[in-house]
Design a binder for this molecule. Structure first.
Ligand code: TMP
Length: 206
């Protein structure tokens, strides 16, 4: 049996993560792998409820409470979906994981990024991805893309441009700190080009 592989996709809103997750899944399935494509927040039944609160609650949520909600979603998701899939030898292709918390709650909400990271490490019993693809896009471009696609924004999307600039800068710092795990891909390239770069990075793990 093949060993499990945990791949996460990260990036700002509108960076094309979901499209790339789908394409990566198709490619892996063609290569005979069993794939679990999932996401955070909202990869479980409990997570769907947490997602509704963090993204659509009317009114403020204190930054630490928001960080705990994402961590709670992650704890349940890892325990009930991700770890069992990896134990079966599946490939988990996941839209967002702990780097999102460090970037959004750490840099975006201005909590201590190291503390936010530790919270997720506790929640997941230190499960780190084998590979993380960071789809990097200037905040103005992701905003323009979302603007074309949506008429309403969720709580995080509705944050000001400087929030999203901090998120992007934090992601890039994370990638610099962990170059062996996090690969930065220019999300302004075409869908096909990005998919090819991702496949080339995943291939050695198969
Ligand atoms: P999505 O729209 O890509 O599914 O992500 C939902 C939003 O939640 C997105 O704006 C990023 C945000 N988010 C955090 O702030 N912290 C986290 O830990 C995660 C997983 C997502």
């Amino acid at each position: 049996m093949s060993e499990g592989l945990f791949v996460t996709l990260e990036g700002g809103d509108g960076s094309g993560k979901s499209t790339q997750a789908e394409l990566l899944e198709q490619w892996l399935v063609e290569r005979g792998r069993t794939v679990v494509r999932t996401r955070e927040p909202g990869g479980t039944d409990v997570g769907v409820e947490i997602r509704e609160i963090v993204l659509h609650h009317r009114g403020d949520i204190a930054p630490r409470a928001e960080a705990l909600l994402y961590a709670a979603d992650r704890a349940h998701h890892v325990a009930t979906v991700v770890r069992p899939a990896l134990a079966r030898g599946d490939v988990v292709v996941q839209d967002r994981y702990l780097d999102s918390s460090v970037a959004y709650q750490g840099a975006g909400r201005v909590l201590d990024p190291a503390e936010v990271r530790r919270l997720s490490e506790w929640a997941t019993e230190r499960l780190l991805p084998d590979l993380t693809i960071l789809l990097d896009l200037p905040s103005e471009i992701s905003r323009a893309r979302l603007h074309g696609a949506r008429t309403r924004y969720d709580r995080l999307e509705a944050e000001a441009v400087d929030f999203h600039d901090r998120v992007r800068a934090s992601y890039l710092q994370l990638a610099e700190a962990e170059p062996a795990r996090i690969v930065v891909v220019d999300a302004e390239r075409s869908v096909g080009e990005i998919a090819a770069v991702i496949r080339a990075r995943v291939e050695p793990f198969l």
